[in-house]
Design a protein around this ligand. Structure first.
Ligand code: PHE
Length: 341
């Protein structure tokens, strides 16, 4: 076979394989290697040049060169068109589109109530004082004037974690720590978690939050307690809130009173929430018992004081009309996102 016939057949072969590449049956790189590679068909043609008579070589060389540049050009176009296709398939970034919104979280309703209560009493000069959650009998009961046989000490009501170790059942333990550690006059707000061995239902939980308040000074009066708490209720629930003080009993205060707010009896739900009375108890309070002052190292003839404690969950439920205490601890985003401010 003559060289020019070989050149023609390589050209034909290339045309065929080029179609295969365009149909996607074969890769462009494969095609390039088969024809233009070091051991490719073009290299084979060049090798044949040496077998020609010297006079024939320039013309044959020119023919092969021509084929080579034609193949190179066609392969180059393949690459260009495939990268153009690729560019067309990739959507361009539209910089004018608005960005994806970053979802904002919500502050937990318990935290929101706590912050509001702190702000109201903060303006009255109260500062924050934290008592421990794991406590001894003395701070949770004994120093608070609970008699040794008081039913609250029962295992049924209190979680014991050791012989003289328990989870505090109220934030009133902070009263004794504050009396021991601070010099009077004292004006503290002690928020925190408390624990009671109660079965979990819509209205009660074995773990909840309270805010304790205590004021110790000379000549503190019951009127001051009443005025302060009534002011708090107006600030918290609104100026029209109706409150009442109802005599009560706590071992660590004397006299003791609970504050109720008037919830209303307009709907069936109101009857259910207030058990038909229209009133809802929101906190316990009273004048600090002389035995408590003594246990805290103060002379009850010189110092007087008042204290109060309120449940945060209960207050949140009132404020937002939440019907089940368990919502607070379930971390359900659908519940929590309703408290975005
Ligand atoms: N510790 C009481 C309770 O848990 C509330 C209270 C606090 C009452 C301070 C009087 C004074 O119910």
């Amino acid at each position: 076979m003559s060289l020019s016939a070989d050149i023609a057949s390589v050209r034909e072969e290339f045309a065929e394989q080029l179609q295969a590449v365009q149909a996607g049956e074969q890769g462009a790189e494969q095609l390039r290697i088969a024809f233009l590679g070091r051991k490719g068909l073009l290299a084979g043609l060049y090798a044949q040049l040496g077998q020609l008579r010297p006079g024939e070589r320039p013309a044959a060389g020119e023919q092969i060169n021509g084929l080579k540049s034609s193949l190179e050009e066609q392969i180059g176009q393949l690459g260009a068109s495939s990268s153009a296709a690729q560019a067309a398939a990739t959507p361009a970034t539209d910089l004018t589109l608005p960005g994806d919104p970053l979802p904002l979280g919500a502050i937990h309703p318990i935290t929101q109530v706590l912050e509001r209560v702190k702000a109201i009493f903060g303006r009255l000069g109260f500062s924050i004082y934290y008592g421990p959650e794991v406590e001894s009998d003395f701070y949770n009961f004994g120093a608070l004037n609970f008699q040794p046989d008081h039913p609250a000490r029962d295992m049924q009501d209190t979680f014991y974690t050791g012989p003289d170790q328990l989870l505090r059942t109220h934030t009133s333990n902070s009263q004794i720590h504050a009396l021991e550690n601070l010099a009077p006059p004292i004006r503290i707000l002690a928020p925190g978690r408390v624990f009671r061995n109660e079965s979990i239902s819509t209205r009660s939980h074995c773990q909840f939050h309270q805010i304790e308040g205590m004021v110790i000074d000379r000549n503190v009066s019951m009127g001051e307690l009443k005025g302060t708490l009534a002011h708090f209720a107006r600030e918290f629930f609104g100026q029209d809130v109706v409150t009442r003080f109802r005599p009560s009993y706590f071992p660590f205060t004397e006299p003791s009173a609970e504050m109720d707010i008037y919830w209303g009896l307009e709907t069936e739900n109101d009857y259910r929430v207030t058990k038909g009375t229209g009133w809802l108890e929101i906190l316990g309070s009273g004048m600090v018992h002389p035995n408590v002052l003594k246990a805290g190292g103060l002379d009850p003839k010189e110092w007087t004081g008042y204290a109060f404690g309120m449940g945060i969950e209960r207050t949140s439920m009132l404020l937002w009309g939440i019907g089940d205490i368990r919502y607070f601890y379930e971390g359900d985003i659908r519940f929590l996102m309703q408290f975005r401010s």
